[in-house]
Ligand binder design. Structure first.
Ligand SMILES: C[S@@+](CC[C@H](N)C(=O)[O-])C[C@H]1O[C@@H](n2cnc3c(N)ncnc32)[C@H](O)[C@@H]1O
Length: 238
């Protein structure tokens, strides 16, 4: 069985599996005008840590979507045990099962980089209301270029077709119809709040040893390429 990095995150049920963790999520949302009437979509919600936080903090309409059944099941388990009325949808970011102009905010926390980027971004744009906001925390290549071999290795490990630079991300956001793109580089690097340091795990009953190796390898990649592989926060408005 060939497990992927995302399979390993799902098996360990890592909550807050994005750079900056829940702390960064809280900071980003605190700057937005979220209220009880807001409709928020957390794409690639994983085990639902962020969605649960949003509902508890804002009591608004929260939808959590993921395409991985293990993640979906763990998100449902989390919301049930906390009695949170969050809608959970199994679906693809590339084909969002929602009507046009449904959401005020979309959060993509280390998700879109793993998908067909232009297709997902057009979908986000379609389902956001006029003046809606996309907040995306995404893996980003620093200007220091990867060698071809390094890029191939990183893409193979994460199962992504490319690692975009800030300029390339901006290009895709604008091409998908977002009007304004604000980009922020945060001082925290990938490492301190990364998956091995997370304090929110929902373990599957059986965990193949390969999953631990994969998460460890992720950690090694992050430190080895710390000058080349980083992340940015992208705030895009419709
Ligand atoms: C790195 S994890 C981040 C999970 C969560 N956002 C968090 O911060 O904990 C990426 C998530 O995106 C989901 N995902 C990847 N590709 C997807 C797609 N095309 N459609 C929906 N979800 C996807 C994965 O299943 C996984 O749960």
């Amino acid at each position: 069985m060939n497990y992927t990095y995302l399979d390993s995150l799902a098996t360990y049920g890592v909550g807050g599996a994005h750079p900056g963790g829940l702390q960064l999520t809280k900071q980003l949302l605190a700057r937005e005008k979220v209220n009880r009437k807001s409709a928020i979509l957390d794409v690639g919600c994983g085990t639902g840590q962020t969605a649960a936080y949003i509902f508890r903090q804002y009591q608004c309409y929260v939808t959590a979507l993921d395409n991985n059944q293990v993640m979906v099941d763990k998100a449902i388990q989390r919301f049930r045990s906390l009695h949170l009325p969050i809608k959970v949808v199994k679906g693809q970011t590339e084909h969002l099962p929602f009507k046009n102009e449904t959401f005020d905010f979309i959060l993509s926390e280390s998700v879109t980089a793993f998908t067909n980027i232009p297709v997902s971004l057009s979908e986000y744009k379609r389902v956001l209301k006029p003046n809606g906001v996309l907040l995306a925390i995404e893996m980003t290549a620093e200007p220091l270029p990867f060698t071809k071999k390094e890029k191939q290795f990183i893409c193979g490990f994460y199962g992504v077709s490319d690692v975009l630079t800030e300029t390339e991300w901006r290009y895709h956001f604008l091409k998908s119809g977002f009007r304004q793109v604000k980009i922020k580089k945060h001082k925290h690097h990938f490492v301190p709040q990364d998956v091995m340091y997370a304090n929110d795990f929902m373990l599957s009953n059986q965990i193949h040893e390969k999953h631990y190796e994969i998460l460890e390898q992720h950690q090694q990649i992050v430190s080895k390429y710390k000058d080349k592989l980083n992340y940015r926060v992208y705030r895009c408005t419709v």
